[in-house]
Design a protein around this ligand. Sequence first.
Ligand SMILES: C[C@H](c1ccccc1)n1cc(-c2ncnc(N)c2C#N)cn1
Length: 298
Amino acid sequence: MTNPLGLEGFQHVYSGKVRDLYAPLGPDGAPVPDRLMLVASDRISAYDWVLDTPIPDKGAVLTRLSLWWFDQLADLVPNHVVSTDVPAAVAGRAVIVRRLEMLKLEAIARAYLTGGGLEEYRAKGSVCGVPLPEGLEDGSRLPEPVFTPTTKAPVGEHDLPMSPAEVEELVGADVAAEVSRLTRAILARGNEIAAERGILIADTKVEFGRAADGSGGLVLGDEVLTPDSSRFWPAAAWQPGRSQPSYDKQFVRDWLTSPESGWSRSSGEAPPPLPERVVEQTRAKYVEAYELLTGETF
Ligand SMILES: C[C@H](c1ccccc1)n1cc(-c2ncnc(N)c2C#N)cn1
């Protein structure tokens, strides 16, 4: 398996759109059984494309934000974080984690109605089998966070909504109930903290696993409550009844859909490189979100 970052002592396991997974190697050259390393890149995705232009420090900012959220949520749920003792090449944007048996579902909760949840609501008056009040619009706040899990689709395919029965069939009734409870509680806690700081978290995707030896309960894996795993909206601009501006990606979206980019979403062609000003504006939004939420300086 190639080692894209040339990390001595690590085996490349998987590359997602914006993050990569590595296995630490032991002195015998074999992967250490119960450890992985998650590496956050500076890559950014928009309109289902991974853009050519990196956003400097995005990986480091989102790693630090996720670590901060794991601490804020530690009373709610244990997590997989072991340490930030990582190679210099990825210092600040990588985390050593416990290797878990990951549940094969995307645990999504929604506090505001938009995107796929809005489409389903408009068709059925419910999302993932949960009836919702009438008259909700794009961006409406939901009475309480709703659990809207999906499958983990193979690369290149779309995740599909799962009904409560399908989740129970996959993981059993007790684990299904706990995943729903925890996912909704994580989003509720996230919004309690974020709303005071001018950010609305419309929805979020988390991943749970269990210890490989089957001991203990659910462990929160992956990243948590970052702008990559969640929709971040500026609270001051919230206006139900229209598409909400993205806290972190609006500069990218606006430029890509402007005549200046020369690009069309319907072209099927890859987006052009971003101008430096859009890169800098976007970097600044990630840093701003981190500093507002954590009270720390990046
Ligand atoms: C999709 C996601 C991913 C994250 C980062 C980069 C690429 C993929 N992923 C996470 C695991 C995983 N497997 C076992 N134990 C764990 N603690 C984790 C975690 N987190 C497998 N895939």
